[in-house]
Ligand binder design. Sequence first.
Ligand code: URA
Length: 263
Amino acid sequence: MESALDYYAAEALLAWQVELGATEAILDAPVNRYETPKEAPKAKVAAPVAAAQSAPVKQVEVDAVAEARKAVKGVSDLDGLQSALTAFELCELKRGARNLVFADGNPAARVMIIGEAPGRDEDREGKPFVGPAGDLLDRMFGAIDMGRDVPLSKDAIYITNVLPWRPPQNRDPKPAEIAMLRPFLERHVEIVAPDVIVVMGNIACEAVLDRRGITRMRGEWAEAFGKPVMPMFHPAYLLRQPLAKREAWADLLSLKARLEDTA
Ligand code: URA
């Protein structure tokens, strides 16, 4: 039998959820929609049956992560990586996107910035961070004398995203999408070989560091792909929460200091 404490604790939890806007109970247990799948996601693709000329086409399951790994094997430069992404057909996002958003900035930069995914402006222009969040990102790095159009690698930044295609209505990327595009991101980092990576926001933080909680993680140096990683608030978040710019400024100064210490 339930104790009185369990009853009141449960009632308080329910009241809290109602206060947050919950209007319906859908499942008995919570679902973690951000969990990285234990198994590689499978994609269904059409494959011709046997050798018959006019044979019907059947659906076969494909391990999208394994296919992505195959696609980047042997790729050794940025043009090759962009071509490999252009040819990759297993991510549904590609079908809804206008453009592949590959990267921008100076590939010789010491700092590589990894954002989440293109939004509407980026999808239209085929370049990362060109909308309002991109303007803020440019101003933030401008404040520490760095920028994407800077030829000198020590003051330059190079920018890409976890996903190169815009998710519909800017929804959060799905774990399966992140998992299948991670081999491309990993190869991207290997080719650019930055000294330092900056991950912008929770999604990029999780995709790169496998941990969420940007409010706790920002400003603390971590490591991924064998590189130091600085998690920072996403500029889109800073546009909504201008008071958090104080923390972002501290993180930029920490980045600058690290670059100077290791120059
Ligand atoms: N937000 C991102 O994370 N990336 C972009 O390219 C644009 C907005």
